[in-house]
Design a binder for this molecule. Sequence first.
Ligand code: ADP
Ligand code: MG
Length: 619
Amino acid sequence: MADIIKLLPDHVANQIAAGEVVQRPASVIKELLENSIDASSTSIKLIIKDGGKALIQVVDDGVGMSATDARLSFERHATSKIQTAEDLFNLNTKGFRGEALASIAAIAHVEMQTKPEGIEVGTHIKIEGSKILSQEVIAMPKGTSMAVKNLFFNIPARRNFLKSNQVELRHITDEFHRVALAHPAIAFHFYNNGSEVFNLPKSNYRQRIVNIFGAKANQKLVPVDEDTQVVKITGFINKPEFAKKSRGEQFFFVNNRFVKSPYLHHAIISAFEGLIKSGSYPGYFLYLEVDPGSIDINIHPTKTEVKFDDEHTLYAILRSTIKHSLGQFNVVPAIDFDQDQNLETPYAYRDKDMVLPKVTVDAGFNPFQEKTQNHSGVQGYRRDINAKSQGWESMYIGLESEVGKDDEFSSVRFESDVITGSIFEGNQDNIESASTTFQLRRKYIVTTIKSGMVVIDQSRAHQRVLYEKFLKNITIKEAVSQQLLFPLSLSFSKTDIVVLKEIKESLTTIGFIFGTMDGETVQVTGVPPLVAESEVSMILDQLVSDCQMEVVGDNFSQTDILSKTLCKTLSVKTGEILDNASQIALVNDLFACKESMVSPFNKPVYITITENDIDKKFI
Ligand code: ADP
Ligand code: MG
Protein backbone atom coordinates (compact mmCIF):
# COMPACT_ATOMS: atom_id res chain seq x y z
CA MET A 1 0.00 0.00 0.00
CA ALA A 2 1.24 3.47 -0.85
CA ASP A 3 2.04 5.85 2.01
CA ILE A 4 -0.88 8.10 2.67
CA ILE A 5 0.12 10.23 5.67
CA LYS A 6 1.24 13.77 4.83
CA LEU A 7 2.18 16.79 6.92
CA LEU A 8 -0.51 19.46 6.69
CA PRO A 9 0.63 22.61 4.92
CA ASP A 10 1.20 25.46 7.38
CA HIS A 11 -1.74 27.56 6.25
CA VAL A 12 -4.11 24.63 6.78
CA ALA A 13 -2.64 23.86 10.19
CA ASN A 14 -3.02 27.53 11.06
CA GLN A 15 -6.64 27.54 9.98
CA ILE A 16 -7.31 24.57 12.20
CA ALA A 17 -5.55 26.20 15.13
CA ALA A 18 -7.56 29.36 14.46
CA GLY A 19 -10.72 27.38 15.06
CA GLU A 20 -9.65 26.95 18.66
CA VAL A 21 -8.33 30.42 19.32
CA VAL A 22 -10.75 32.54 17.31
CA GLN A 23 -14.44 31.89 17.73
CA ARG A 24 -15.69 35.37 17.01
CA PRO A 25 -14.47 38.96 16.74
CA ALA A 26 -14.28 39.22 20.52
CA SER A 27 -11.62 36.47 20.59
CA VAL A 28 -9.42 38.45 18.20
CA ILE A 29 -9.83 41.48 20.40
CA LYS A 30 -8.78 39.54 23.47
CA GLU A 31 -5.61 38.29 21.77
CA LEU A 32 -4.64 41.66 20.34
CA LEU A 33 -5.29 43.54 23.58
CA GLU A 34 -3.26 40.97 25.50
CA ASN A 35 -0.37 41.30 23.08
CA SER A 36 -0.42 45.07 23.58
CA ILE A 37 -0.40 44.61 27.35
CA ASP A 38 2.51 42.16 27.13
CA ALA A 39 4.33 44.81 25.08
CA SER A 40 4.29 47.15 28.13
CA SER A 41 1.93 49.65 26.54
CA THR A 42 0.63 52.55 28.60
CA SER A 43 -2.20 53.47 26.27
CA ILE A 44 -4.23 51.17 24.02
CA LYS A 45 -6.84 52.10 21.43
CA LEU A 46 -9.49 49.67 20.20
CA ILE A 47 -11.38 50.54 17.05
CA ILE A 48 -14.11 48.33 15.62
CA LYS A 49 -16.63 48.50 12.79
CA ASP A 50 -19.80 46.45 12.30
CA GLY A 51 -19.47 44.30 15.37
CA GLY A 52 -15.84 43.61 14.49
CA LYS A 53 -16.77 41.86 11.26
CA ALA A 54 -15.53 44.66 9.03
CA LEU A 55 -12.66 45.94 11.15
CA ILE A 56 -10.87 45.32 14.40
CA GLN A 57 -7.91 47.54 15.08
CA VAL A 58 -5.72 47.73 18.14
CA VAL A 59 -3.15 50.50 18.38
CA ASP A 60 -0.65 50.57 21.22
CA ASP A 61 2.39 52.55 22.33
CA GLY A 62 4.30 49.48 23.48
CA VAL A 63 7.77 48.18 22.70
CA GLY A 64 7.04 47.41 19.04
CA MET A 65 8.92 44.91 16.89
CA SER A 66 11.95 44.90 14.63
CA ALA A 67 11.37 44.06 10.95
CA THR A 68 12.49 40.46 11.48
CA ASP A 69 10.36 39.98 14.57
CA ALA A 70 7.38 41.51 12.79
CA ARG A 71 7.67 38.94 10.06
CA LEU A 72 8.30 36.08 12.49
CA SER A 73 5.42 36.95 14.77
CA PHE A 74 3.00 35.47 12.21
CA GLU A 75 4.65 32.05 12.32
CA ARG A 76 3.03 29.37 14.42
CA HIS A 77 4.72 28.77 17.78
CA ALA A 78 6.64 32.02 17.36
CA THR A 79 6.79 33.78 20.70
CA SER A 80 9.14 36.03 22.59
CA LYS A 81 7.54 35.12 25.89
CA ILE A 82 8.81 31.68 26.77
CA GLN A 83 11.82 29.66 25.72
CA THR A 84 11.76 26.52 27.79
CA ALA A 85 9.02 24.35 29.27
CA GLU A 86 10.09 25.53 32.74
CA ASP A 87 9.12 29.06 31.81
CA LEU A 88 5.54 27.83 31.78
CA PHE A 89 5.68 27.71 35.56
CA ASN A 90 6.70 31.28 35.96
CA LEU A 91 4.46 33.13 33.58
CA ASN A 92 4.12 36.86 33.85
CA THR A 93 2.69 37.46 30.42
CA LYS A 94 -0.78 37.00 28.96
CA GLY A 95 0.38 35.14 25.88
CA PHE A 96 2.94 32.37 25.58
CA ARG A 97 1.63 29.91 23.02
CA GLY A 98 2.76 31.92 20.03
CA GLU A 99 -0.25 31.01 17.95
CA ALA A 100 -2.62 33.98 18.10
CA LEU A 101 -1.16 36.04 15.29
CA ALA A 102 -0.59 32.98 13.10
CA SER A 103 -4.20 31.95 13.65
CA ILE A 104 -5.67 35.37 13.02
CA ALA A 105 -3.60 35.89 9.87
CA ALA A 106 -4.87 32.54 8.55
CA ILE A 107 -8.51 33.63 8.55
CA ALA A 108 -8.52 37.38 7.93
CA HIS A 109 -6.90 40.30 6.12
CA VAL A 110 -4.28 41.60 8.51
CA GLU A 111 -2.17 44.73 8.41
CA MET A 112 0.56 45.27 10.96
CA GLN A 113 2.50 48.47 11.51
CA THR A 114 5.15 48.37 14.16
CA LYS A 115 8.24 50.22 15.30
CA PRO A 116 10.46 49.73 18.32
CA GLU A 117 12.02 52.65 20.14
CA GLY A 118 15.33 53.96 18.82
CA ILE A 119 14.90 52.72 15.27
CA GLU A 120 14.19 55.23 12.52
CA VAL A 121 11.46 53.54 10.53
CA GLY A 122 8.80 51.00 11.24
CA THR A 123 7.61 47.93 9.36
CA HIS A 124 4.31 47.64 7.52
CA ILE A 125 3.21 44.10 6.68
CA LYS A 126 0.07 43.02 4.82
CA ILE A 127 -0.94 39.39 5.12
CA GLU A 128 -4.07 37.54 3.95
CA GLY A 129 -4.94 33.93 4.65
CA SER A 130 -1.37 33.32 5.91
CA LYS A 131 0.10 34.77 2.65
CA ILE A 132 2.38 37.78 2.99
CA LEU A 133 1.27 40.31 0.37
CA SER A 134 3.74 43.06 1.10
CA GLN A 135 6.33 44.33 3.53
CA GLU A 136 7.37 47.96 3.46
CA VAL A 137 8.98 50.54 5.67
CA ILE A 138 6.83 53.18 7.23
CA ALA A 139 7.28 56.31 9.30
CA MET A 140 5.41 56.00 12.56
CA PRO A 141 5.75 56.54 16.31
CA LYS A 142 6.91 53.75 18.60
CA GLY A 143 4.36 51.00 19.10
CA THR A 144 2.22 48.60 17.13
CA SER A 145 -1.01 48.83 15.19
CA MET A 146 -2.80 45.65 14.16
CA ALA A 147 -5.78 45.92 11.82
CA VAL A 148 -7.86 42.80 11.20
CA LYS A 149 -10.40 43.03 8.41
CA ASN A 150 -12.98 40.64 6.99
CA LEU A 151 -12.72 38.00 9.65
CA PHE A 152 -13.38 34.46 8.35
CA PHE A 153 -13.30 35.74 4.76
CA ASN A 154 -12.05 32.30 3.63
CA ILE A 155 -14.28 30.20 5.90
CA PRO A 156 -17.84 31.11 4.86
CA ALA A 157 -19.36 28.63 7.29
CA ARG A 158 -17.73 30.40 10.23
CA ARG A 159 -18.59 33.80 8.88
CA ASN A 160 -22.24 32.89 8.51
CA PHE A 161 -22.23 31.56 12.02
CA LEU A 162 -21.48 35.01 13.42
CA LYS A 163 -24.38 36.75 15.14
CA SER A 164 -25.82 40.19 14.46
CA ASN A 165 -23.50 43.17 14.86
CA GLN A 166 -25.25 44.02 18.10
CA VAL A 167 -24.63 40.64 19.63
CA GLU A 168 -21.01 40.60 18.50
CA LEU A 169 -20.60 44.08 19.93
CA ARG A 170 -21.88 42.82 23.25
CA HIS A 171 -19.28 40.03 23.29
CA ILE A 172 -16.59 42.53 22.37
CA THR A 173 -17.69 44.89 25.11
CA ASP A 174 -17.60 42.03 27.63
CA GLU A 175 -14.07 41.15 26.57
CA PHE A 176 -13.01 44.78 26.66
CA HIS A 177 -14.39 45.12 30.20
CA ARG A 178 -12.42 42.09 31.34
CA VAL A 179 -9.15 43.34 29.97
CA ALA A 180 -9.67 46.94 31.06
CA LEU A 181 -10.69 45.94 34.59
CA ALA A 182 -7.56 43.83 34.99
CA HIS A 183 -5.27 46.68 33.94
CA PRO A 184 -6.31 50.02 35.42
CA ALA A 185 -2.80 51.38 35.04
CA ILE A 186 -3.19 51.31 31.27
CA ALA A 187 -5.35 53.92 29.50
CA PHE A 188 -7.92 52.51 27.08
CA HIS A 189 -10.00 54.06 24.32
CA PHE A 190 -12.74 52.19 22.54
CA TYR A 191 -14.39 53.42 19.34
CA ASN A 192 -17.33 51.69 17.69
CA ASN A 193 -18.33 52.73 14.15
CA GLY A 194 -16.54 56.03 14.56
CA SER A 195 -17.93 57.04 17.93
CA GLU A 196 -16.20 56.82 21.27
CA VAL A 197 -17.71 54.25 23.61
CA PHE A 198 -15.13 54.32 26.38
CA ASN A 199 -12.38 56.67 27.33
CA LEU A 200 -10.66 55.16 30.35
CA PRO A 201 -7.77 57.14 31.75
CA LYS A 202 -5.00 55.51 33.75
CA SER A 203 -6.43 54.99 37.25
CA ASN A 204 -6.83 52.59 40.14
CA TYR A 205 -9.15 49.57 40.39
CA ARG A 206 -12.07 51.39 41.98
CA GLN A 207 -11.91 54.28 39.57
CA ARG A 208 -11.69 51.90 36.62
CA ILE A 209 -14.86 50.11 37.73
CA VAL A 210 -16.65 53.44 38.06
CA ASN A 211 -15.38 54.65 34.69
CA ILE A 212 -16.74 51.54 33.05
CA PHE A 213 -19.99 50.97 34.91
CA GLY A 214 -20.96 54.54 35.67
CA ALA A 215 -20.89 56.76 38.73
CA LYS A 216 -23.56 54.81 40.55
CA ALA A 217 -21.31 51.74 40.66
CA ASN A 218 -19.25 53.46 43.35
CA GLN A 219 -21.82 53.32 46.13
CA LYS A 220 -22.33 49.60 45.56
CA LEU A 221 -18.74 48.61 46.20
CA VAL A 222 -17.49 47.02 49.39
CA PRO A 223 -13.71 46.59 49.46
CA VAL A 224 -12.13 43.18 49.91
CA ASP A 225 -8.57 42.89 51.13
CA GLU A 226 -6.77 39.84 52.46
CA ASP A 227 -3.18 38.76 52.35
CA THR A 228 -2.27 35.19 53.20
CA GLN A 229 0.69 33.00 52.38
CA VAL A 230 -1.19 31.22 49.63
CA VAL A 231 -3.08 34.07 48.06
CA LYS A 232 -3.56 37.80 48.10
CA ILE A 233 -7.15 38.85 47.50
CA THR A 234 -8.14 42.41 46.67
CA GLY A 235 -11.02 44.03 44.89
CA PHE A 236 -14.66 44.66 45.60
CA ILE A 237 -17.95 42.97 46.05
CA ASN A 238 -21.25 44.69 45.41
CA LYS A 239 -23.47 45.19 48.43
CA PRO A 240 -26.06 42.41 48.55
CA GLU A 241 -28.97 44.79 48.04
CA PHE A 242 -27.66 45.51 44.55
CA ALA A 243 -27.77 41.88 43.49
CA LYS A 244 -29.09 41.51 39.98
CA LYS A 245 -31.16 38.99 38.14
CA SER A 246 -28.31 38.46 35.72
CA ARG A 247 -24.71 37.46 36.23
CA GLY A 248 -23.50 40.54 34.39
CA GLU A 249 -21.04 42.04 36.83
CA GLN A 250 -19.06 39.07 38.02
CA PHE A 251 -15.36 39.40 37.41
CA PHE A 252 -12.74 37.08 38.75
CA PHE A 253 -9.09 37.65 37.96
CA VAL A 254 -6.10 35.52 38.80
CA ASN A 255 -2.74 37.21 38.37
CA ASN A 256 -4.52 39.90 36.35
CA ARG A 257 -6.02 37.44 33.95
CA PHE A 258 -9.81 37.07 33.72
CA VAL A 259 -10.62 33.44 34.43
CA LYS A 260 -13.68 31.30 34.83
CA SER A 261 -13.73 29.08 37.86
CA PRO A 262 -17.14 27.65 38.73
CA TYR A 263 -15.72 26.18 41.92
CA LEU A 264 -14.36 29.44 43.30
CA HIS A 265 -17.40 31.29 42.01
CA HIS A 266 -19.35 29.03 44.30
CA ALA A 267 -17.18 30.09 47.23
CA ILE A 268 -18.05 33.70 46.55
CA ILE A 269 -21.75 33.08 46.14
CA SER A 270 -21.92 30.97 49.27
CA ALA A 271 -20.48 33.84 51.30
CA PHE A 272 -23.59 35.82 50.34
CA GLU A 273 -25.90 33.06 51.50
CA GLY A 274 -28.92 34.38 53.33
CA LEU A 275 -28.28 37.93 52.17
CA ILE A 276 -29.59 37.58 48.65
CA LYS A 277 -32.82 36.22 47.28
CA SER A 278 -32.46 33.03 45.28
CA GLY A 279 -32.36 33.79 41.59
CA SER A 280 -30.35 36.98 42.18
CA TYR A 281 -26.63 37.23 41.68
CA PRO A 282 -24.18 39.40 43.57
CA GLY A 283 -21.72 41.48 41.59
CA TYR A 284 -18.02 41.12 42.28
CA PHE A 285 -14.65 42.31 41.02
CA LEU A 286 -12.06 40.11 42.68
CA TYR A 287 -8.35 40.03 42.02
CA LEU A 288 -6.38 37.04 43.25
CA GLU A 289 -2.62 36.96 43.24
CA VAL A 290 -1.02 33.57 43.56
CA ASP A 291 2.41 32.16 42.88
CA PRO A 292 2.49 31.60 39.08
CA GLY A 293 4.01 28.20 39.81
CA SER A 294 0.90 27.09 41.67
CA ILE A 295 -1.45 27.40 38.71
CA ASP A 296 -1.72 25.92 35.24
CA ILE A 297 -3.31 28.19 32.65
CA ASN A 298 -2.28 26.07 29.74
CA ILE A 299 -5.30 23.79 29.80
CA HIS A 300 -7.31 25.68 27.21
CA PRO A 301 -6.23 27.66 24.13
CA THR A 302 -8.18 30.74 25.22
CA LYS A 303 -6.60 30.51 28.67
CA THR A 304 -9.77 31.36 30.57
CA GLU A 305 -9.61 28.22 32.65
CA VAL A 306 -7.07 27.72 35.36
CA LYS A 307 -6.04 24.74 37.38
CA PHE A 308 -5.02 25.57 40.93
CA ASP A 309 -2.72 23.42 43.03
CA ASP A 310 -4.81 23.77 46.14
CA GLU A 311 -8.33 24.74 45.23
CA HIS A 312 -9.83 23.68 48.54
CA THR A 313 -7.73 26.06 50.58
CA LEU A 314 -8.45 28.88 48.15
CA TYR A 315 -12.15 28.13 48.42
CA ALA A 316 -12.10 28.45 52.19
CA ILE A 317 -9.98 31.61 52.22
CA LEU A 318 -12.07 33.28 49.56
CA ARG A 319 -15.32 32.50 51.29
CA SER A 320 -14.26 33.73 54.69
CA THR A 321 -12.59 36.84 53.26
CA ILE A 322 -15.81 37.88 51.60
CA LYS A 323 -17.87 37.10 54.66
CA HIS A 324 -15.47 39.22 56.64
CA SER A 325 -15.85 42.16 54.25
CA LEU A 326 -19.61 41.88 54.33
CA GLY A 327 -19.52 41.93 58.12
CA GLN A 328 -16.91 44.61 58.49
CA PHE A 329 -18.79 47.08 56.37
CA ASN A 330 -21.99 46.48 58.28
CA VAL A 331 -23.61 44.86 55.36
CA VAL A 332 -24.97 42.05 57.52
CA PRO A 333 -26.76 42.47 60.84
CA ALA A 334 -24.32 42.31 63.71
CA ILE A 335 -26.42 40.02 65.93
CA ASP A 336 -25.22 36.48 66.02
CA PHE A 337 -28.37 34.41 66.29
CA ASP A 338 -26.48 31.25 67.08
CA GLN A 339 -25.23 32.58 70.36
CA ASP A 340 -26.95 31.65 73.61
CA GLN A 341 -28.60 34.88 74.67
CA ASN A 342 -28.54 33.79 78.35
CA LEU A 343 -24.82 34.13 78.40
CA GLU A 344 -25.22 37.72 77.39
CA THR A 345 -27.52 38.79 80.24
CA PRO A 346 -25.92 41.67 82.10
CA TYR A 347 -24.93 40.68 85.61
CA ALA A 348 -27.22 43.10 87.42
CA TYR A 349 -30.27 41.67 85.75
CA ARG A 350 -29.50 38.05 86.25
CA ASP A 351 -31.65 37.35 89.31
CA LYS A 352 -34.41 39.81 88.63
CA ASP A 353 -37.93 38.63 87.92
CA MET A 354 -39.11 38.79 84.42
CA VAL A 355 -41.57 41.54 83.66
CA LEU A 356 -43.89 41.12 80.74
CA PRO A 357 -43.44 43.99 78.34
CA LYS A 358 -46.57 46.01 77.72
CA VAL A 359 -47.55 46.31 74.11
CA THR A 360 -50.39 48.53 73.08
CA VAL A 361 -52.21 47.47 69.99
CA ASP A 362 -54.67 49.52 68.05
CA ALA A 363 -57.21 46.81 67.36
CA GLY A 364 -59.04 48.93 64.83
CA PHE A 365 -55.95 49.71 62.84
CA ASN A 366 -56.22 48.64 59.24
CA PRO A 367 -52.99 49.16 57.33
CA PHE A 368 -54.86 48.95 54.09
CA GLN A 369 -57.23 51.77 54.71
CA GLU A 370 -57.16 54.38 52.01
CA LYS A 371 -54.96 56.66 54.03
CA THR A 372 -52.03 54.33 53.45
CA GLN A 373 -49.42 56.20 51.55
CA ASN A 374 -46.52 53.92 51.06
CA HIS A 375 -46.12 51.54 48.22
CA SER A 376 -44.45 48.78 50.07
CA GLY A 377 -47.64 46.98 50.99
CA VAL A 378 -49.73 45.40 48.36
CA GLN A 379 -48.53 46.32 44.97
CA GLY A 380 -50.46 46.86 41.82
CA TYR A 381 -54.02 46.42 42.86
CA ARG A 382 -53.63 48.24 46.11
CA ARG A 383 -51.58 50.91 44.54
CA ASP A 384 -54.31 51.66 42.07
CA ILE A 385 -56.75 52.43 44.80
CA ASN A 386 -54.32 54.82 46.37
CA ALA A 387 -53.70 56.50 43.10
CA LYS A 388 -57.38 57.04 42.59
CA SER A 389 -58.13 58.12 46.10
CA GLN A 390 -55.48 60.77 45.94
CA GLY A 391 -56.83 62.19 42.77
CA TRP A 392 -53.75 61.20 40.82
CA GLU A 393 -55.89 60.38 37.83
CA SER A 394 -55.66 63.98 36.80
CA MET A 395 -52.01 63.37 36.14
CA TYR A 396 -52.55 60.60 33.67
CA ILE A 397 -52.04 61.87 30.23
CA GLY A 398 -55.06 61.39 28.02
CA LEU A 399 -57.04 58.19 27.85
CA GLU A 400 -58.52 58.68 31.28
CA SER A 401 -61.33 56.41 30.39
CA GLU A 402 -58.85 53.66 29.67
CA VAL A 403 -57.27 54.06 33.10
CA GLY A 404 -60.63 53.95 34.73
CA LYS A 405 -61.66 50.86 32.91
CA ASP A 406 -58.54 48.98 33.80
CA ASP A 407 -58.11 50.05 37.33
CA GLU A 408 -61.47 50.62 38.88
CA PHE A 409 -62.94 47.90 40.96
CA SER A 410 -66.38 48.73 39.70
CA SER A 411 -65.21 47.12 36.50
CA VAL A 412 -65.30 43.81 38.29
CA ARG A 413 -68.85 43.09 37.39
CA PHE A 414 -68.55 44.41 33.92
CA GLU A 415 -65.56 42.23 33.18
CA SER A 416 -66.85 39.11 34.79
CA ASP A 417 -69.85 39.37 32.52
CA VAL A 418 -67.65 39.01 29.54
CA ILE A 419 -65.34 36.38 30.77
CA THR A 420 -67.41 33.51 32.02
CA GLY A 421 -65.35 31.08 29.91
CA SER A 422 -64.64 27.58 31.06
CA ILE A 423 -64.27 28.30 34.73
CA PHE A 424 -67.43 30.09 35.68
CA GLU A 425 -70.49 28.38 34.41
CA GLY A 426 -73.30 30.86 33.99
CA ASN A 427 -73.10 34.58 34.55
CA GLN A 428 -75.13 34.96 37.66
CA ASP A 429 -73.37 32.27 39.50
CA ASN A 430 -70.11 33.72 38.40
CA ILE A 431 -70.63 37.19 39.79
CA GLU A 432 -71.85 35.81 43.02
CA SER A 433 -68.95 33.39 43.28
CA ALA A 434 -66.21 35.78 42.45
CA SER A 435 -67.30 38.10 45.20
CA THR A 436 -66.63 35.46 47.82
CA THR A 437 -62.92 35.07 47.93
CA PHE A 438 -60.35 34.65 50.62
CA GLN A 439 -56.62 34.68 50.76
CA LEU A 440 -54.80 31.56 51.84
CA ARG A 441 -51.41 31.93 53.51
CA ARG A 442 -50.80 35.23 51.70
CA LYS A 443 -50.17 33.21 48.61
CA TYR A 444 -53.36 31.92 47.08
CA ILE A 445 -56.75 33.39 46.38
CA VAL A 446 -59.48 30.86 46.88
CA THR A 447 -62.87 31.37 45.33
CA THR A 448 -65.87 29.23 44.65
CA ILE A 449 -67.28 28.23 41.32
CA LYS A 450 -70.38 26.31 40.44
CA SER A 451 -68.60 22.97 40.32
CA GLY A 452 -66.41 23.52 43.38
CA MET A 453 -63.52 25.87 44.00
CA VAL A 454 -60.49 27.45 42.37
CA VAL A 455 -57.16 28.06 44.06
CA ILE A 456 -55.27 30.84 42.32
CA ASP A 457 -51.60 31.65 42.77
CA GLN A 458 -51.85 35.40 43.39
CA SER A 459 -48.44 36.30 42.06
CA ARG A 460 -48.68 34.28 38.86
CA ALA A 461 -52.22 35.50 38.26
CA HIS A 462 -51.12 39.10 38.54
CA GLN A 463 -48.16 38.42 36.28
CA ARG A 464 -50.52 37.09 33.62
CA VAL A 465 -52.84 40.09 33.94
CA LEU A 466 -50.01 42.60 33.72
CA TYR A 467 -48.24 40.72 30.96
CA GLU A 468 -51.24 40.82 28.67
CA LYS A 469 -51.85 44.43 29.50
CA PHE A 470 -48.29 45.43 28.63
CA LEU A 471 -48.27 43.33 25.47
CA LYS A 472 -51.45 45.02 24.38
CA ASN A 473 -50.14 48.47 25.14
CA ILE A 474 -46.94 47.87 23.25
CA THR A 475 -48.70 46.42 20.25
CA ILE A 476 -51.43 49.01 19.92
CA LYS A 477 -49.11 51.72 21.20
CA GLU A 478 -51.75 53.04 23.53
CA ALA A 479 -49.64 54.31 26.35
CA VAL A 480 -51.08 55.47 29.61
CA SER A 481 -48.58 57.51 31.47
CA GLN A 482 -48.30 59.25 34.77
CA GLN A 483 -46.29 62.38 34.45
CA LEU A 484 -43.78 63.07 37.18
CA LEU A 485 -43.88 66.46 38.87
CA PHE A 486 -40.12 66.50 38.97
CA PRO A 487 -38.28 64.61 36.26
CA LEU A 488 -36.07 61.85 37.57
CA SER A 489 -32.43 61.98 36.65
CA LEU A 490 -30.98 58.48 36.73
CA SER A 491 -27.43 57.44 36.13
CA PHE A 492 -26.47 54.44 34.06
CA SER A 493 -23.29 53.08 32.58
CA LYS A 494 -22.57 53.89 28.96
CA THR A 495 -23.27 50.31 27.94
CA ASP A 496 -26.63 50.41 29.72
CA ILE A 497 -27.52 53.64 27.92
CA VAL A 498 -26.86 51.98 24.57
CA VAL A 499 -29.37 49.27 25.49
CA LEU A 500 -31.86 51.79 26.85
CA LYS A 501 -31.75 53.71 23.60
CA GLU A 502 -32.55 50.50 21.77
CA ILE A 503 -35.60 49.74 23.86
CA LYS A 504 -36.69 53.31 24.35
CA GLU A 505 -39.46 53.18 21.78
CA SER A 506 -41.06 50.11 23.28
CA LEU A 507 -40.77 51.58 26.74
CA THR A 508 -42.58 54.67 25.52
CA THR A 509 -45.45 52.53 24.32
CA ILE A 510 -46.01 51.19 27.80
CA GLY A 511 -45.97 54.57 29.47
CA PHE A 512 -42.40 55.61 30.14
CA ILE A 513 -41.57 59.09 28.94
CA PHE A 514 -37.92 59.98 28.56
CA GLY A 515 -36.23 63.34 28.43
CA THR A 516 -32.60 63.52 27.46
CA MET A 517 -30.42 60.41 27.29
CA ASP A 518 -26.79 61.25 27.16
CA GLY A 519 -23.47 60.53 28.77
CA GLU A 520 -24.36 58.56 31.85
CA THR A 521 -27.73 60.06 32.70
CA VAL A 522 -31.25 59.45 31.60
CA GLN A 523 -34.14 61.72 32.39
CA VAL A 524 -37.48 60.12 33.05
CA THR A 525 -40.46 62.45 32.96
CA GLY A 526 -43.31 59.95 32.93
CA VAL A 527 -43.92 56.41 34.10
CA PRO A 528 -46.67 53.82 33.62
CA PRO A 529 -49.39 54.22 36.26
CA LEU A 530 -48.43 51.00 38.04
CA VAL A 531 -44.84 52.05 38.55
CA ALA A 532 -43.91 53.95 41.68
CA GLU A 533 -41.34 56.68 41.29
CA SER A 534 -39.03 54.98 43.75
CA GLU A 535 -39.00 51.83 41.65
CA VAL A 536 -38.16 53.37 38.30
CA SER A 537 -34.42 52.99 38.66
CA MET A 538 -34.65 49.36 39.75
CA ILE A 539 -37.06 48.51 36.96
CA LEU A 540 -34.98 50.10 34.24
CA ASP A 541 -31.90 48.33 35.61
CA GLN A 542 -33.71 45.05 35.45
CA LEU A 543 -34.96 45.71 31.94
CA VAL A 544 -31.49 46.53 30.72
CA SER A 545 -29.96 43.43 32.20
CA ASP A 546 -32.75 41.19 30.90
CA CYS A 547 -32.37 42.66 27.44
CA GLN A 548 -28.61 42.19 27.55
CA MET A 549 -29.06 38.54 28.32
CA GLU A 550 -31.36 38.00 25.37
CA VAL A 551 -30.79 38.90 21.79
CA VAL A 552 -32.27 42.33 21.49
CA GLY A 553 -33.28 43.58 18.09
CA ASP A 554 -35.89 41.15 17.06
CA ASN A 555 -39.10 43.06 17.67
CA PHE A 556 -41.23 40.26 18.90
CA SER A 557 -38.80 39.08 21.50
CA GLN A 558 -38.07 42.61 22.64
CA THR A 559 -41.75 43.22 23.31
CA ASP A 560 -41.92 39.93 25.08
CA ILE A 561 -38.87 40.55 27.26
CA LEU A 562 -40.15 43.97 28.26
CA SER A 563 -43.57 42.69 29.17
CA LYS A 564 -42.15 39.77 31.07
CA THR A 565 -39.67 41.83 33.04
CA LEU A 566 -42.27 44.40 33.93
CA CYS A 567 -44.94 41.95 34.93
CA LYS A 568 -42.49 40.07 37.10
CA THR A 569 -41.22 43.18 38.81
CA LEU A 570 -44.57 44.84 39.32
CA SER A 571 -46.75 41.91 40.20
CA VAL A 572 -48.15 41.24 43.62
CA LYS A 573 -45.81 38.81 45.32
CA THR A 574 -46.31 35.82 47.55
CA GLY A 575 -46.51 37.06 51.13
CA GLU A 576 -48.47 40.20 50.35
CA ILE A 577 -51.85 40.69 51.88
CA LEU A 578 -54.64 41.56 49.47
CA ASP A 579 -57.87 43.08 50.68
CA ASN A 580 -61.14 41.68 49.50
CA ALA A 581 -61.74 44.16 46.72
CA SER A 582 -58.25 43.51 45.33
CA GLN A 583 -58.80 39.78 45.46
CA ILE A 584 -62.00 40.04 43.49
CA ALA A 585 -60.47 42.41 40.99
CA LEU A 586 -57.54 40.09 40.49
CA VAL A 587 -59.76 37.06 39.97
CA ASN A 588 -61.86 38.88 37.43
CA ASP A 589 -58.93 40.42 35.62
CA LEU A 590 -57.33 37.01 35.43
CA PHE A 591 -60.29 35.36 33.82
CA ALA A 592 -60.59 38.22 31.37
CA CYS A 593 -57.14 37.24 30.08
CA LYS A 594 -56.66 35.43 26.82
CA GLU A 595 -54.52 32.77 28.42
CA SER A 596 -55.49 32.61 32.06
CA MET A 597 -54.26 29.13 32.83
CA VAL A 598 -50.51 29.66 32.62
CA SER A 599 -48.26 32.47 33.76
CA PRO A 600 -46.05 34.27 31.21
CA PHE A 601 -43.31 31.97 32.44
CA ASN A 602 -45.31 28.87 31.67
CA LYS A 603 -46.26 27.98 35.20
CA PRO A 604 -49.81 26.96 36.15
CA VAL A 605 -51.80 29.89 37.52
CA TYR A 606 -54.66 28.10 39.22
CA ILE A 607 -56.07 24.71 39.99
CA THR A 608 -59.70 23.71 40.34
CA ILE A 609 -61.03 21.34 42.93
CA THR A 610 -64.48 20.07 42.07
CA GLU A 611 -67.16 19.14 44.53
CA ASN A 612 -66.62 15.61 43.32
CA ASP A 613 -62.94 15.74 44.32
CA ILE A 614 -63.93 16.95 47.74
CA ASP A 615 -66.65 14.34 48.10
CA LYS A 616 -64.14 11.63 47.35
CA LYS A 617 -61.98 12.76 50.23
CA PHE A 618 -64.84 12.21 52.63
CA ILE A 619 -65.51 8.64 51.68
P1 ADP B 1 2.15 35.05 22.10
O1 ADP B 1 1.44 36.26 22.57
O2 ADP B 1 1.56 33.81 22.66
O3 ADP B 1 3.61 35.12 22.26
P2 ADP B 1 1.25 35.89 19.50
O4 ADP B 1 1.01 35.14 18.26
O5 ADP B 1 0.08 36.57 20.12
O6 ADP B 1 1.88 34.89 20.55
O7 ADP B 1 2.38 36.95 19.27
C1 ADP B 1 3.63 36.53 18.78
C2 ADP B 1 4.72 37.47 19.19
O8 ADP B 1 4.58 38.70 18.49
C3 ADP B 1 4.72 37.84 20.65
O9 ADP B 1 5.43 36.89 21.43
C4 ADP B 1 5.41 39.21 20.65
O10 ADP B 1 6.79 39.07 20.70
C5 ADP B 1 5.03 39.77 19.29
N1 ADP B 1 3.94 40.76 19.37
C6 ADP B 1 2.64 40.52 19.11
N2 ADP B 1 1.89 41.63 19.28
C7 ADP B 1 2.73 42.59 19.69
C8 ADP B 1 2.58 43.98 20.05
N3 ADP B 1 1.37 44.58 20.05
N4 ADP B 1 3.68 44.67 20.41
C9 ADP B 1 4.89 44.07 20.43
N5 ADP B 1 5.10 42.79 20.12
C10 ADP B 1 4.05 42.03 19.74
MG1 MG C 1 -0.52 36.75 22.16
